[in-house]
Design a protein around this ligand. Structure first.
Ligand SMILES: Cc1cc2nc3c(=O)[nH]c(=O)nc-3n(C[C@H](O)[C@H](O)[C@H](O)COP(=O)(O)OP(=O)(O)OC[C@H]3O[C@@H](n4cnc5c(N)ncnc54)[C@H](O)[C@@H]3O)c2cc1C
Length: 347
């Protein structure tokens, strides 16, 4: 396969990549998501290259295991009892990148928030937005007047129903982006990477910092905030005007206590037809601060459900139902979850 000029041979079961070297067994999913919730996965893998990913998909197709692809788990509610026939595959270690003339190619696992530090004002909105590039394309992540769809040129992916065809690509226009929607939510496709418009040549210090990504556990919101909100922010190379913008974003997110407790960010999408943000509606039905087990509807932001004390997936799902019922009763519609709920054996 030719991936951005790098030839990567297809791996076979017998060519040196042994399953037991890249598949972890009995791993707590809680460790791989920002909610810190999730039981033990029978199988979990963290491929570091396209070759390893290819190998894992081949294994699934031969063994009947179902692969579930994800990034840093910042928008996922993992189950308390995961399905034993699923191989959970996080692409968070696929973080290679390259630069040509103001355009970056980034692999799917690249942390999106790094883009805020390229020096290009059009990328500032990514500051402190948890997660990987691949998932942000899948979710069409958006905030502070920016949306991931605006910064992409081309997306590279594998089609699991046409695996033999190798890497496919789509221009931005083909990705069917809409509010929190993309074509990738409708198809069995794995996003491998994308070309991103940076509008600038990235600086040397940025390139050096990027090398540190693999050492960090960015699924932990605490580690994520320490690195992007403190360590990188303290770098003097960022132009003052841009630094001010990052400061405003950080103040807003910190004001809502977004990094103080494990969470998945906003639990529900906004209903633009109704015209009032879901967080405000939750407040209006008096649910802020309501808890179940170790989960609580955040007193600081009505659309967040936080894990304040070893919450289970069942606790969060209970509160999701409560919010849906109360909003439906009072405003006549059921808010649609934004968080991706993975069903387990209990469901
Ligand atoms: C504190 C906090 C604040 C947040 N604020 C915002 C915000 O302001 N705006 C916003 O939009 N979101 C926000 N989020 C949600 C989250 O940051 C985004 O949804 C982000 O894109 C998730 O990235 P991830 O790598 O963690 O995705 P994951 O949670 O790992 O995955 C999310 C979905 O993407 C799919 N996916 C992941 N990688 C791939 C791939 N390579 N190919 C195909 N499918 C894939 C997964 O299957 C899953 O369905 C917030 C979350 C937190 C915890």
């Amino acid at each position: 396969m030719d991936f951005k000029g790098r030839k990567e041979g297809r791996r076979k079961m017998d060519d040196g990549l042994r399953l037991d070297r890249i598949i972890k067994k009995n791993e707590p999913l809680a460790k791989y998501c920002s909610y810190n919730i999730g039981g033990h996965a029978r199988f979990l893998a963290l491929p570091r290259s396209l070759g390893e990913l290819d190998f894992l998909i081949n294994c699934c197709q031969k063994s009947g295991l179902r692969p579930y692809f994800f990034g840093l788990g910042s928008n996922i509610l993992f189950p308390d009892n995961p399905d034993p026939d699923t191989l959970f595959v996080s692409l968070k270690n696929m973080v290679d990148w390259s630069e040509t003339n103001g355009e970056l190619f980034l692999q799917a696992g690249f942390p999106l928030s790094f883009l805020a530090y390229t020096g290009f004002p059009g990328l500032s909105f990514t500051h402190l937005l948890p997660g990987t590039l691949g998932a942000s394309i899948y979710m069409n992540a958006r905030c502070y007047e920016g949306e991931v769809s605006q910064i992409l040129k081309k997306v590279y992916f594998l089609d699991l129903t046409d695996f033999g065809a190798g890497i496919k690509e789509l221009e931005r226009e083909g990705c069917c982006f809409a509010y929190k929607e993309s074509i990738f939510q409708e198809r069995p496709w794995v996003i491998l990477g994308a070309d991103v418009e940076t509008g600038t040549i990235v600086q040397e210090w940025w390139k050096k910092e990027v090398q540190r990504v693999k050492e960090l556990n960015l699924s932990s919101l605490d580690a994520f905030f320490q690195f992007f909100g403190k360590t990188l922010y303290s770098r003097t190379e960022i132009p003052p005007a841009q630094k001010e913008k990052l400061q405003r974003i950080a103040a807003d997110r910190e004001g809502k206590k977004q990094f103080s407790y494990p969470s998945c960010g906003s639990v529900f999408k906004n209903n633009y037809e109704y015209g009032v943000p879901t967080g405000i509606l939750v407040e209006q039905v008096g649910l802020k601060g309501v808890s179940r087990g170790g989960a609580k509807i955040s007193p600081f932001h009505g659309n967040f459900i936080i894990n304040f004390n070893r919450a289970t997936s069942a606790d969060v799902k209970y509160l999701i139902n409560v919010v849906q019922e109360k909003i439906n009763e009072k405003f006549g519609f059921i808010p649609e979850p934004e968080v991706v709920i993975i069903h387990g054996q209990e469901d």
